[in-house]
Structures are given as structure tokens and as C-alpha cells.
Ligand binder design. Structure first.
Ligand SMILES: Cc1cc2nc3c(=O)[nH]c(=O)nc-3n(C[C@H](O)[C@H](O)[C@H](O)COP(=O)(O)OP(=O)(O)OC[C@H]3O[C@@H](n4cnc5c(N)ncnc54)[C@H](O)[C@@H]3O)c2cc1C
Length: 351
């Protein structure tokens, strides 16, 4: 196999999703090439080497400065032709999805998307893709080369292997039609703290919050825990919170160490986006809410009471641990929260 992984980058950082796919590709064996496309991006190749790329191909050109797909399609098509690449892998994003679709059209190649795994079986590459609203997995393959694949965001965590990549520069040639579009404006969403894709802690709000104004409760808890805020589709569809924060089947896939679900029922379409989380804590006033079937710690209670108390307790603990680093932490203060614990088999509890 001769695999190329499209390494997306923003503001001088290779994206976590791309590095995760790179690590997965490296684990398959065969030759793995990381592909970095942009302007002033040569230094990024060192990052790629650390995460499993034996070789990095860099195309550095002003035409690649704006995050537009067509010039990238030109370079990847050139790379496939000149380097005998038989497989090109992408971590899904708006840009990567555009590039992958453009490359599939340009090369008349098969593209499997929304994959959550890939493996070699009897000499053939086989992808795994959720289907029927994520209730089953199906195996998918390719009938010709090159094989193109887009992976769900957050599917693989990057694995630091500490290696060094051999760097090769590619002089790109662009089609006239590929450089006809120009980027007129690029806006960055103002946000504090980590993004939901990168956060170790996520506090997510659902319709149980009762209205957009109550997201301040979720934001305060996320701030106290040093985490990011996420939402359900019901909430973003109602305009309570931005679409970019939606977790689930039609939103983002996240895998934080801690996921705190506030007023979320736990519909299957939400679950599939957060089931890779380490510890799941759910706060819901309905003891029969489906989320209690797959959380690690369940609190049956009203979010308007429980969440502010929890925030206060976290703040107190942080303050106490800062002041009394050599003493035992305060006793576990959860009795007033009426916790109902329903453990997933083999899972750990929160302390
Ligand atoms: C094709 C398709 C794709 C979808 N994709 C997604 C997706 O990507 N992400 C997603 O999230 N959903 C998705 N959905 C929607 C999904 O099916 C659910 O409708 C949605 O997740 C429900 O959101 P929710 O939990 O916020 O709201 P609800 O289901 O209304 O749940 C609210 C919960 O809050 C609890 N509650 C109410 N008041 C309080 C209170 N005061 N204190 C504590 N608890 C309280 C209730 O008991 C209830 O369990 C999709 C649906 C379809 C059909």
C-alpha cells in the first residue's frame, strides 16, 4: 500500500483529526506519506514526523494560501500520478470534504465517507461505516484505485511516535480554472477556551435547560472545569446555541476525558457523537431518560439547581487545592445532589 494522508492545518498547527488519521494509516503498515499544502508551511513537516509520517510531501505556493479546495485537488491529483499513491485518506472537515469530493471527480476514483475505521483484510482495504442512523456498522470497499476515504471527525486520537519524517518538496502545477476563485473574507469565530474537538472536558446542554439564557449555567461549569461547551441538535435547531457546537450523528464526534450532559435525553443520534468519551456524567430530572443507560454517573435532578451547585463545588475545590496542596482534598460533597449511579460494564466511576 502506498498511502497519502491529507494533513489539514490552521494557524500553524496540524489538525488533531488529520494526525489521528495519520496514526491509523501508519498502523496499517505500508508506506505512509503526509501531505502538507499551503503557503509558508514547510515547518509543519516536523510535526507530521512526530505522529507517524515516514515521509512528508510539502507543496508550498501562494495559490495554496487560502483554504480553497480546487488548488489542493490539483496538487493531490499530481501527487497520485507522480508518486504511485493508491490510497488517499482525509479527516472530515468542510475543506477536506470539498477536496476529497473534487479529487474523486477529477480521478474518477471511489470515495467512501463517514468511516470510523479501516483495516486490511485478506489483502484488501476495508472501511467501517455506520449506517441506519448509526445503529449498525457496514463494511465498505473499493473496486479500483486510487481509493479515497473520509473519516468522521474525532475518530482517531493522534499517537505521538516521536519519529522524524523525510521531507520532499513538490512543485505544484495549477489548472487555470482551479485558481479562478479567490477568498474574499475569512472570519474566525471568537471563542474562549478549547474547541469541542480538542477539549478534555465537555459540558453539553440540551433542551432540558429550558431556554437559551440558561446556557450561562453550562458555560460557567465548563469554565470552572477548563472545558468547552457543546449542545444537542434540538438546541441548535431552536437557535439556542451555534451549530458548530452540535454533537452527534449530524454534528461533531467528540472524545473528551469527561462529558457532562445537562438536560439531555440521550437519543441515539446524540449518543453516537459522544460515546467515545472517557467518563460520562448525566444530569436529568427524568430517572427513565435513556442517557442513564450509558452514563457512568447519573444525577436525577433539575439542571437549574444541580449545575450551579456543581460549578460552585468545582470552584471551591480548585481554590482549596490551590491553597492547601499538602493536605487532603475536602470530603466528597455530592450527597446533596442525590446521585444515581448507573455504571457501564467495565467503566470507571467519578471521584
Ligand atoms: C437523522 C437525525 C439526525 C440527528 N442528529 C442529531 C445530532 O447530531 N445530535 C443530536 O443531539 N441530536 C440529533 N438528532 C435529534 C435527536 O433524535 C434528539 O431529538 C435530540 O438529541 C434531543 O435533544 P435533547 O436531548 O436536547 O432534547 P430532548 O430529547 O427534548 O431531551 C431533553 C431532556 O431534558 C430533560 N429535562 C427537562 N427539563 C429538565 C430540567 N429542568 N432538569 C434536568 N433535566 C431536564 C428531559 O427529561 C429530557 O430527557 C437527530 C435526529 C435525526 C432524526
Amino acid at each position: 500500500m502506498n498511502v497519502a494522508v491529507f494533513l489539514e492545518h490552521h494557524e500553524g498547527e496540524l489538525q488533531k483529526g488529520s494526525l489521528g488519521v495519520l496514526g491509523k494509516a501508519a498502523s496499517l503498515g505500508g508506506d505512509v506519506v503526509g501531505v502538507v499544502l499551503g503557503s509558508g508551511v514547510k515547518d509543519l513537516s516536523a510535526q507530521a514526523g512526530k505522529y507517524g509520517a515516514g515521509k512528508v510531501i510539502v507543496a508550498d505556493a501562494p495559490e495554496l494560501e487560502a483554504p480553497l479546495p480546487q488548488p489542493r485537488v490539483d496538487v493531490l491529483a499530481q501527487l497520485v500520478g507522480e508518486h504511485g499513491i493508491d490510497t488517499v485518506l482525509f479527516a472530515a472537515s468542510v475543506l477536506a470534504s470539498d477536496v476529497a469530493a473534487g479529487l474523486a471527480a477529477r480521478l474518477d476514483a471511489g470515495l467512501n465517507w463517514d468511516l470510523v475505521d479501516i483495516s486490511e483484510q485478506d489483502g484488501a482495504l476495508v472501511g467501517k461505516r455506520p449506517a441506519l442512523e448509526d445503529t449498525v456498522y457496514v463494511d465498505v470497499g473499493w473496486t479500483s484505485e486510487p481509493r479515497l476515504a473520509l473519516f468522521r471527525p474525532g475518530t482517531f486520537d493522534p499517537v505521538e511516535s516521536g519519529g522524524e519524517a523525510q521531507v520532499e518538496e513538490l512543485a505544484p502545477a495549477f489548472e487555470d480554472f482551479s485558481t479562478a476563485a479567490t477568498m474574499i473574507e475569512q472570519a474566525h469565530e471568537e471563542s474562549e477556551g478549547p474547541s469541542i474537538e480538542d477539549a478534555d472536558v465537555i459540558v453539553a446542554g440540551g433542551r432540558g435547560l429550558g431556554g437559551p439564557e440558561n446556557f450561562s449555567l453550562v458555560e460557567a461549569l465548563a469554565k470552572a472545569l477548563g472545558g468547552a461547551v457543546a449542545a444537542t441538535r434540538a438546541v441548535v435547531d431552536a437557535g439556542w446555541y451555534p451549530y458548530a457546537t452540535q454533537v452527534g450523528q449530524t454534528g461533531k464526534t467528540v472524545s473528551p476525558k469527561l462529558y457532562v450532559a445537562c438536560g439531555i435525553s440521550g437519543a441515539i443520534q446524540h449518543k453516537v457523537g459522544m460515546q467515545g468519551s472517557g467518563t460520562v456524567v448525566a444530569i436529568n430530572k427524568d430517572p427513565n431518560a435513556p442517557i442513564f443507560e450509558f452514563c457512568d454517573l447519573g444525577v436525577v435532578g433539575d439542571v437549574h439547581e444541580v449545575v450551579p451547585k456543581l460549578t460552585e463545588l468545582v470552584q471551591q475545590r480548585k481554590a482549596a487545592s490551590g491553597l492547601r496542596t499538602t493536605r487532603r482534598p475536602p470530603a466528597r460533597p455530592s450527597s446533596s445532589l442525590s446521585p444515581q449511579t448507573r455504571r457501564k460494564s467495565g467503566s470507571k466511576s467519578v471521584s
